[in-house]
Ligand binder design. Sequence first.
Ligand code: PLP
Length: 452
Amino acid sequence: DISLKSNVHELTELDKKHFLHPLTPPKMQYEQGPPIIVSEGKGVYVKNESGDTYIDGMSMLWNVNLGHGQEELAEAAKEQMKKMAFSSSFNGYSNEPAIRLSEKIASLAPGDMNVVFFTSGGSEANDTAFKLARYYWKLKGQQDRGKVISLSRSYHGVAQGSTSATGIPEFNSIVGSQAPDYLHAEPHLLDCERGDRDNEHYHKSVRGIIEQEGAENIAAIILEPVMGAGGVFTPPEGYLQALRDLCDEKDILMITDEIICGFGRTGENFGVDNWNVTPDMLTFAKGSTSGYIPLGGVVMREKIRDEMLQSEDVLFHGFTYSGHPTSCAVALKNLEILERDNIKDNVKNMEQVFKTELQKLEDKHQHVTKTRAIGLLGAFELYKDRNKEEPFDPEVGAAFKVVDECFKRNLILRFIDWKGSNIVAIAPPLIVNKQEMEDIFKIIDEALTAFE
Ligand code: PLP
């Protein structure tokens, strides 16, 4: 079809000229244009401008949890927009969708996490959590508690605090943006969290860092219950509870970044629910609206807001779009559908298929190992020699190639090659069915064969 082709050509040229893309090599984009211009989607499928269909094996950016083309979410947005453009949430103003959504999220969050602050996305949510943590300590007369500990390899976003907390060095190295108050611990050093000082990793452990810096200088620790962009790592059994205990022991606030894990991705409301841990604050974004509209926020335990009730002071923090009525109306509908359609049950059922299929890949393909999945968040790794954990030469670009072979076969996945690792991440929409899971893995199987 000539008109389709000329449209793709025009869009590609305009994209090259005017659209600077995030997380993309600008030179490659400028020279080659985008490999895919997504035009529409339904369920787990998306179409490009030329009409080719792809399986979205990543829910785009781990966010399109209810899948594409969910008309009820579109209707919820339309209905709300018809009522009003916008209402402020600043001093004196509120709106029903934001009020109802805060109550709904409070009911889903564990323990007495009953107070919600809204943002427009995940990075803002994490920066908000850091500021609120420091404010909490300031109100308690402990101004020095300003530092934040996070984990190496973590991803927390790109605003100032969230970039600084991010443990993937590239995000800070482009402009040397990491603020000095942010410290990075090695992920998942369970024994050290319990205080094994003789362990060589002690100084890189959370406990070691707290003891070196002084607990009285530390406001909070933030971590993803399951690390996403860093490589899809689930914590060892007992880790989150050990960290909770450590935070209690040292009087440090525990923040979990639920921006990927939240709202069903791991089969529970929040990632922490898999381990029955209640943090002091948790941050959410992506899955709250299934990506149909931007929204994020912080859920906090009552004690944090209670501290603010001790004074008459203004909370000098807030975004124009904190509690945007349309975003909140879409989120409410999204959470209603999650419950109505028993999406968490589907996630748990599909997790079994996910694990079986991953095991089959490992049985059949000699380079595949370290397969893992929790809910519909999973990955496998590629090694030159998996028995000796001998990595591929970085020049090979193993994970990139496998993901590229999948893309050629109309499956969208994501490769993670941080520090020479070769990880392939898989996170389909939570509405995926068994046949679609099997189709995803059939393509991965073919892609691996082509790679080998
Ligand atoms: N935290 C985690 C765990 C994420 O995966 C992301 C985004 O990928 C963010 C924070 C940042 O969220 P946003 O891109 O909405 O600012």
